[in-house]
Design a protein around this ligand. Structure first.
Ligand code: EPS
Length: 386
């Protein structure tokens, strides 16, 4: 069975739900496998008041027994503590709308206007509740399970923030796993202390101006098994699957793999990673401009994916908009939000990349049970070692 997940949940509804299908039976899991990443997603300088209300923890309602998966759908729930403040009126589930006025002033850059047209509603809350990036907690929960699966076969997923607004960290293409050890201690999840300070200051300045900031983050996967993904069809290529997963995160507007857009500026002789072989290391490369992917497949070098997040669209000094009921020119509506969420987006990026790789792992090796998956991976490793 293919590995898939689906989330449900509104930002200020009772809870977020994730259902994962196709997890092999017998995978050992602990609450920390999921909760650690849920907590990491809540960090980062520039978050708004909501993160003081929420303390995200997973509740498992199906698919796990005695700390091991059953092979049945795994159902994960993350409660929205803020629902208690919204359940009586704005997010009441059964009671008809009463005094609560519909929101009719769409925010430029949000799903509001197109969603209102598509779903034929005059109340933008019907759109924004699901468009909200609160939903990403449910994806990070799915990522925790995927990460446990990858870790079993030696693959580790990390991330760091490389740009916030105009502030950049020095480019690094030589990172090793240990370089990421302290990254969660940086307030913006940057590896370089000086860049971290500059990024934090930029967020502070944007906040003082009632404005928001986006940025760029990188996800690295260390020691990917070679041969995940496939060249045989466009939708099997890992580049495409990763692109879809990354661009499916709220506010992500661009993705690069390896040297990315830079490859459009250089010659072929400088663009590709020459192949070497030694008894000790087997096949290896001295550069990684391909970002670990050739022909839509991992080749064993670290997978390197970069994504850009646009500045958050909810502005406390709102941009021009139109009242959808009266068509009068006005300002977009204001709601509590973050100033910058790029550090959190990097953790979400880890989760979605982990899930795509875990899918590719299951696609290649199958696995109703972890025992059969282990055996298939061992056999393949033996073949590669020849
Ligand atoms: C979000 C708006 C804010 C963020 C939210 C994403 O929510 P609220 O309006 O309740 O303050 O806090 O992110 C989260 C709740 C979260 O857990 O990441 C938005 O409009 O996308």
């Amino acid at each position: 069975m293919a590995l898939t997940y689906r989330t449900a949940g509104e930002s200020h509804g009772p809870a977020l739900t994730t259902i994962i299908e196709g997890v092999p039976a017998g995978l050992p899991l602990t609450p920390e496998d999921i909760d650690t990443d849920l907590a990491r997603r809540q960090l980062g300088y520039g978050r708004g008041g909501r993160q003081k209300i929420e303390t995200d923890r997973v509740q498992v309602t199906a698919g796990i027994r005695h700390g091991r998966t059953l092979g049945s759908p795994v159902a994960l729930m993350v409660m929205n503590r803020d629902f208690a403040n919204w359940s009586e009126d704005r997010m009441a589930i059964w009671e008809p709308i009463s005094e609560v006025k519909p929101i009719t002033l769409p925010r430029p850059g949000h799903a509001d206007l197109a969603g209102m047209q598509k779903y034929e509603t005059d109340d933008l809350r019907n759109i924004l509740e699901r468009a909200s990036a609160r939903e990403t907690a449910a994806r990070v929960a799915a990522g925790g399970v995927a990460r446990a699966l990858l870790r079993r076969y030696g693959m580790e997923v990390r991330s760091h923030v490389v740009q916030v607004g105009p502030e950049q960290a020095p480019g690094r293409d030589d990172l090793v796993l240990a370089d990421f050890d302290g990254v969660d201690e940086s307030p913006v999840r940057a590896l370089d202390d000086d860049a971290s300070g500059r990024m934090k200051a930029a967020i502070k300045a944007a906040g003082q101006d009632s404005d928001t900031l986006g940025g760029i983050f990188e996800v690295w996967v260390f020691d990917p098994l070679p041969g995940l993904g496939s060249h045989v069809s466009g939708d099997a290529r890992l580049d495409g699957r990763i692109g879809q997963a990354m661009l499916g995160i709220q506010a992500i507007k661009g993705v690069e793999i390896g040297a990315g857009f830079e490859l459009g500026r250089i010659r072929g002789s400088a663009a590709h990673d020459e192949i070497f072989w030694t008894e000790e290391r087997g096949y290896h490369r001295r550069t990684n401009r391909s970002g670990g992917l050739e022909g839509g497949m991992t080749h064993g070098a670290p997978l390197v994916v970069r994504a850009v997040m646009k500045p958050i669209a909810t502005l406390s000094r709102p941009l021009a908009s139109v009242d959808v009921q009266t068509k009068e020119a006005t300002s977009a509506f204001k709601e509590r939000s973050d100033i910058c969420a790029v550090p959190a987006a990097a953790v979400i990026g880890e989760a979605v990349v982990a899930f795509v790789l875990a899918q590719a792992l299951i696609d290649k090796f199958g696995g109703d049970s972890i025992v059969s998956l282990d055996a298939a991976v061992d056999r393949y490793r033996a073949v590669l070692a020849r």
